[in-house]
Design a protein around this ligand. Sequence first.
Ligand SMILES: [Zn+2]
Ligand SMILES: [Zn+2]
Length: 260
Amino acid sequence: MIINHGVRGSVPTSQQNNILFGGNTPCVEIRTQKYQLIFDCGSGFTKVNLSNDLETILFISHFHHDHIQGLAFNNHFSSMKKKITITSAHSNKIDTYNILMNYYISPYFPVNFFEIIRKFKFLEFDQVTSDYKDLNIKSIDLNHPGNSYGYSITNNNKKFCYLLDNEYEDFQEKKIVKFCNDSHTVIWDGMYLDSELSDKKGWGHSSIEHGVILADKINVKNFLISHHSPSRSDKELKNIQKTFINKKVKFASENNIMEF
Ligand SMILES: [Zn+2]
Ligand SMILES: [Zn+2]
């Protein structure tokens, strides 16, 4: 099962005109028989029902605030009887710990974050890939200010890829196609339209049109364009989606549950 808990980029929005696709920042959950795998902890993370029965692993793509701002606010911490494994291909476990501790600190955050952070077990990314060989976890470095890392996991011969945030350049094509090929689902950054990109060169995001072209080159069942611009309305997303000829391409929509 794949659940999109947050599909909005940069900052959460809560407006009547984008409530259908959703206003929370990035967080995707995958549930398998054994695992609860979470990709990023934007504001969508607040809704993840942390399971006491499954092993939970949280993968962080990078530490821009829209990808970590939900971490301290999950509604299920109090009933959690286990630790969540947290890891990132972006930074080693000590840096990951320190970056989060320095984000959730006075004057930006009101309570002692140590009470929350001790619910997590920090592991090196390489350690996670070798400890959980059954998930066949891989990472890919992306083109983003300060770097971002994409992930793939393969469970029961089904592959899932998560690639936010990335400013697509032609030189990446071969590597990305190889990384994503033969997937059940790919989550891809399509924050802007081509017409908006000229003002936003170097901001680290791709266009919707890039995603549509790339999807044609990848053998994938579902290609979900996500990290929607905060200003993109439901009406606009619906109208753009109607133009997609390749029906495997869709916009990611919050709370949408897909089989995996
Ligand atoms: Zn982002
Ligand atoms: Zn970013």
